[in-house]
Design a protein around this ligand. Structure first.
Ligand code: IMP
Length: 201
């Protein structure tokens, strides 16, 4: 059984304003107040883990230890089957310091061409870690499978969305109504598990 979240305040271990807002909205329904790691001026730990789980856990534990409050962190990325799961935990880093995702998508496309494969299977992963100051951690992982397409399509969404067509659909995540994407995404799957296990009374 997962540990139930019985406190009133949760630290969101992210300095990304968009992510913090989304998590705030999701958890507001449960009467939970959220504060971001940025508001508390907490340092951002280096993502030295080799898995989504290791990175999410290290970020959540660093924020819980520094703030003395439970903290939630996520780590996510795109995994491409023919590239042995790359870019995976390096998804953000493939876009370089300019955060250029046209460049990152091109890199994925070139990787597939170099492999000489027709296998376009890929999946997004979202790992969520909830850590308490006493060291206890709960971890959940969500995934959405699909196929990569070229050229990229759609201006909605972010990151690798324009080249990803989720299974059973024809639109890319970049073309799709974002409410529809958020209902089926890797993040939605991970949050559903977290909420069911730790936030529902
Ligand atoms: P993180 O902020 O370290 O978890 O980096 C996650 C990276 O994975 C982002 O910068 C995106 O490149 C990619 N990513 C994660 N989730 C999505 C998504 O829903 N759509 C598109 N790209 C995503």
């Amino acid at each position: 059984m997962a540990r139930h979240f019985a406190e009133k305040t949760l630290v969101v271990a992210s300095h990304n304003a968009g992510k913090v807002r989304e998590i705030k909205e999701l958890l507001g329904d449960f009467g939970i107040e959220t504060i971001s790691a940025g508001d508390l001026n907490l340092p951002e730990p280096e993502e030295t883990g080799e898995t989504f789980k290791a990175n999410a856990v290290l970020k959540a534990q660093a924020a819980a230890t520094a703030s003395g409050k439970p903290a939630l962190a996520d780590d996510s990325g795109l995994c491409v089957a023919a590239l042995n799961g790359a870019p995976g935990i390096y998804s953000a880093r493939w876009a370089g310091p300019q955060k250029d995702f046209d460049f990152a998508m091109e890199k994925v496309r070139l990787g597939l061409l170099e492999e000489g494969t027709l296998d376009t299977h890929a999946w997004f992963v979202c790992g969520l870690a909830l850590a308490w100051p006493d060291g206890h951690v709960e971890y959940f992982e969500g995934r959405v499978d699909g196929e990569l397409t070229w050229p990229p399509r759609g201006l909605k969404g972010f990151g690798y969305d324009p080249m990803f067509v989720p299974e059973g659909h024809e639109e890319t995540f970049g073309e799709m109504d974002q409410g529809k994407k958020h209902a089926m995404s890797h993040r939605a799957h991970a949050f559903r598990q977290l909420v069911d296990a730790c936030f529902k009374s």
